[in-house]
Design a protein around this ligand. Structure first.
Ligand code: 6GU
Length: 417
């Protein structure tokens, strides 16, 4: 009986690299990536761009049209090199995703590495000098039908794409199943969940007068996990505050800022409203919940009705509410004598922050914007659960018997103090 190879269903990921310095890519023979090539998990091929020139000097560059510093890579050698890569051992006529490393590209992140690791074939075009004639990109996309992405390692300038390709192939290659033996070690890593890694220690427990933090010797796995999480947060805050998201930050994770919604808020607002709509669907079982079908245009148009407010924590949009004024003829018992009411509706809080203070703060804000003379505050809630109703009750609201135009919506009201 033969033992099933867990990776047998996936053929090797193919990686082609075109460069004028093929020797620069020799490290791809080493270490884990070299081993993965030997094991048939990665099929790496390096090509010399100069093999696709036809002059004595093997010229790959020329001066830029329009003037300017430096040299530009000529289109013809690139076109022939790409044709060669596409034709090589490719009876099925598949196409690679063409990656062009360059400081002007989209950032190379762990998320992009994960995405690219799913592709069967990547081709890297290493530019040198000022870069590659723009028509090569158009030709690759439009004539060869390739997906083309310009990708940057970070905000600094390298002399060419080769070092970047080494970094990208290592980051992508190690995510290909089988390249790293222990898949656990892929998960417990900086950047995989958006936080930096906690500090690590090994034997001896006392070294040069320095002790391993005692908690790690306690044998209490719960305490250790909590300590490590704290360390990750502290490290991320110190070194990479840009990564610290409101959802990591706990109850005191920054100030809530409430502002009038603008058209620039529409995309995030639409996403947030979908999250709340999904919750309504679960609560009511009604798949035709109108909020679920709201488009970007609907959300944008919605800004014209009344006043929409958005709440942000550390830049992240975490809640919204809309206020409108209605005439006091709604039939709501006890309110018609007192004139207009101020309505708060479409109150929505990001799912991971529900039950905290975002909702109450938004409601308070909505109430505070009621014009003078308004005696009744109305709250329209869609499919509120028992906990929500309890919170509204605590805020002074009582259910009223007003007819509701949106199914699943209940109306609550309170007198203004
Ligand atoms: Cl991917 N290429 C080059 N040439 N310079 C860079 C880069 C890439 N990322 C940052 N600087």
């Amino acid at each position: 009986m033969t033992v099933a190879d867990p990776h047998a269903t996936r053929s090797a990921m193919r990686l082609d690299v075109v460069s004028i310095f093929p020797d620069y890519l020799a490290p791809l023979d080493l270490s884990l990536i070299g081993k993965a090539r030997e094991d048939g998990l990665l099929d790496v091929r390096v090509h010399d761009l100069r093999d696709f020139t036809h002059d004595r000097h093997r010229t790959v560059d020329d001066t830029p049209y329009g003037g300017g510093a430096g040299m530009v890579m000529k289109p013809q050698p690139w076109s022939e090199a790409l044709d060669h890569v596409l034709a090589l051992d490719n009876p099925s006529g598949d196409k690679p995703h063409l990656i062009v490393p360059g400081p002007g590209g989209q950032p190379f992140t762990q998320a992009l590495a994960r995405q690219l690791a799913l592709e069967p074939w990547l081709a890297f075009a290493c530019g040198r000098y000022e870069g590659i004639d723009e028509r090569v990109y158009d030709h690759a996309r439009e004539d060869l039908g390739l997906e083309v992405s310009v990708v940057s390692l970070g905000d600094y300038v390298l002399n060419g794409g080769e070092v970047a390709v080494l970094a990208m192939v290592e980051a992508i290659g190690r995510l290909v199943p089988g390249v790293i033996g222990n898949a656990e070690s892929l998960v417990e890593e900086s950047h995989e969940d958006g936080l930096l890694e906690y500090p690590i220690y090994t034997k001896p427990s006392s070294w040069n007068g320095r002790e391993v933090p005692p908690v790690l010797l306690s044998g209490n796995h719960g305490t250790i996990a909590a300590w490590r999480h704290e360390q990750r947060l502290a490290r991320t805050a110190a070194r990479r505050p840009d990564l610290l998201h409101a959802s990591h930050a706990g109850p005191h994770g920054g100030d809530l800022e409430i502002a009038a919604a603008t058209p620039g808020d529409v995309p995030e607002l639409a996403v947030l409203r979908r999250a709340c709509a999904a919750k309504e669907v679960v609560a009511t079982g009604a798949l035709d919940t109108p909020a679920l079908r709201e488009t970007l245009d609907d959300v944008r148009a919605g800004l014209e009705t009344g006043q929409t407010w958005v709440a942000r924590i550390a830049g992240r949009l975490v809640g919204t509410v809309r206020t409108t004024r209605t005439s006091g003829t709604s039939g709501t018992s006890g309110t018609s004598r007192t004139g207009d009411s101020w309505v708060a509706e479409r109150l929505c809080v990001a799912p991971d922050l529900q039950g905290g203070d975002v909702g109450p703060r938004l409601l308070e804000h909505a109430e505070s914007t009621a014009p003078d003379g308004i005696r009744t505050l109305v709250l329209r809630a869609t499919a509120p659960d028992a906990d929500e109703l309890k919170r509204y009750r605590k805020a002074g609201y009582r259910l009223v018997d007003a007819p509701s135009d949106v199914p699943g919506t209940v109306t609550l009201a309170r007198r203004r103090r």
